[in-house]
Design a binder for this molecule. Sequence first.
Ligand SMILES: Cc1ncc(COP(=O)(O)O)c(C=O)c1O
Length: 390
Amino acid sequence: MSFACAKRMDVLGTETAFEVLAKAKALERQGKEIVHLEIGEPDFDTPKNIKDAAVKAMHSGYTHYTPAAGIPELREAIADYVSKTRKIDVVPDEVVVTPGAKPIIFFSILAYVNPGEEVMYVNPGFPIYESVINFIGAKAIPIPLLEERDFRLDPNFVRDHLARKTKMIILNSPENPTGGVLTKDDLKAIADSIANRSDVLVLADEIYSRIIYEGKHESIASLSGMKEKTIILDGYSKTYAMTGWRLGYGVMRKDFAPKITQLMINCNSCTSAFTQVAGIEALKGPQDAAEKMVAEFKKRREVIVSGLNSIKGLSCKKPHGAFYVFPNINRTGMKGRELQELLLNKAGVATLSGTSFGKLGEGYLRLSFANSVENIKKALSRISEMLENQ
Ligand SMILES: Cc1ncc(COP(=O)(O)O)c(C=O)c1O
C-alpha cells in the first residue's frame, strides 16, 4: 500500500518560523530557557474594546455563517478605512474579508495566474509568495531587495524583467523580513513600467502599513491609474495584535472580488462571524492601543539596532517599518542556517536565517523585536558572548 502525496505537494513551501518555534519549544521542555525572537507577531494583548465587541457579538447571535465575502457592515467599514488611508474611493463590493490576510495571497495567485506565466516577487520576502507561485506551476522571478538601498528594490530591475508572460508583481511595504519601506518615487517608477500593460496586477501586501517609524505609508494603489491594477492586502493581525483571530481582507477590482469570493466559498465558506464584528470595532473604535504599540516598537528598535551593531561580526540597518531587524552576518564567516542553529542550541536565542525568506536572504538573520526590552537585552548579551568566543 502506498499513500504517496500528489506530485504538486513537492513544490509547496512553508514558513520555517513555525519549525524553529517547535524546536525552541522542544528545548524548553528539556528545561532550557529560550528568548524568542523568531516569531512574527506582536507580544501585546488584543485591545479590550475589540475583545469586548467579539464577546458581545457572540452573545447576540453572531455564531452562524455570514455572506462569503464578509458581513456588509464590515465590508463598508473596511471600504471607508481604505478610502481614507489610501486616498482612493473604495466601495464595499471591492472588499473581500478572509480568515487572516494570508488567503488573499493564495487566492489572488490562484485566481489570476496560469501555469507557465510569470510572477515577480520580493526576495528576501514572506516565503508564502514563492511557495504559492511554485505550487500553481507559475515561474517565480525574485526581485532583489538591496541592503544599500535600505532594503528597497531597484525599480529598474522590475522594468527590465517585465516579460510578455508577467501576470503579477508582488510588493510588500513595510517589508517582512527586512523592515524596508518603499518610497513614493519607487512606487511611481514601478507603476510607470506597467503603464501600458492592462494584464499585470500588483499584489500590494500592506499588512504592516500602520507599523511605520519614519514618514508615512505609501500605497501603489493611490497612484493615478493604479487602483484598478492593484489588489491591496491588509488585515488585523499586526496592527491590532490579532494574529490568533484570523481576520484580514483584500481590496480589489469589482470584477475580481467575486472570483476571490468563489474561492472563499470553496475553502472557508466565510470568516468567523463574531471575529468580523470585532473587526468593525477595531477600525471604528479608539486607536490609542495600536498607536501605543508602535511607539513601544520604536523604542525597542533603537535598543536592538544599536545592540547588534556593537556585536563582533554583525552590522544592522535601521528598519523603517514592521518589527524585524535583518542584520548582515557575513563577517561572522557563518551561513545563516549555521548561525541560527548555533544561536538556538548554544545561546538559547531563537532567530531565523535570512534564507527562510528566499535564497537572496543568505548572509542575514531575521530577529523580531516584538519582545520586551528586557528580553531583547538578554538576547543581545547572549549573542555577543557567543560570537566573541567563536
Ligand atoms: C508580509 C506578510 N504578509 C501577510 C502575512 C499574513 O498575515 P495574517 O496573519 O493576517 O494571515 C504576514 C504574517 O506574518 C506577513 O508577514
